[in-house]
Design a protein around this ligand. Structure first.
Ligand SMILES: [Zn+2]
Length: 103
């Protein structure tokens, strides 16, 4: 029984994109999976050769969802809303549920 082997040659020079979370705040609502797990991050791409960074490129700020890996460049569209944005329209006074009866 012969098994065909596929050799994977790793590319040792390339343009790796490093994503580092730069805001440790509360997550934003993800438009794809609706979880409050979107955080602001910096995406940096640079040319590397033998894992030595040679030419750093300008970094861009992105939104990234830690659950579904949804990404969006900041400024490309509407920013994801913080989960508190929906609670901002709530009434100030708590209402008692149930029929209001006269005594
Ligand atoms: Zn998501």
């Amino acid at each position: 029984m012969t098994q065909q082997e596929v050799l994977c040659i790793p590319i040792i020079c390339g343009f790796p994109t490093k994503i580092s979370q730069d805001e440790d705040k509360q997550g934003r609502m993800c438009p794809r999976c609706n979880n409050a797990s979107v955080v602001g991050a910096s995406s940096r791409t640079r040319f590397e050769l033998f894992w030595i960074p040679l030419i750093p490129f300008s970094k861009s700020h992105i939104w990234i969802c830690s659950i579904c890996q949804w990404q969006m460049k900041k400024g490309d569209g509407h920013d994801p809303q913080p989960p508190g944005a929906y609670a901002g329209q709530q009434q100030g006074a708590p209402y008692l549920q149930g029929p209001a009866g006269h005594m």
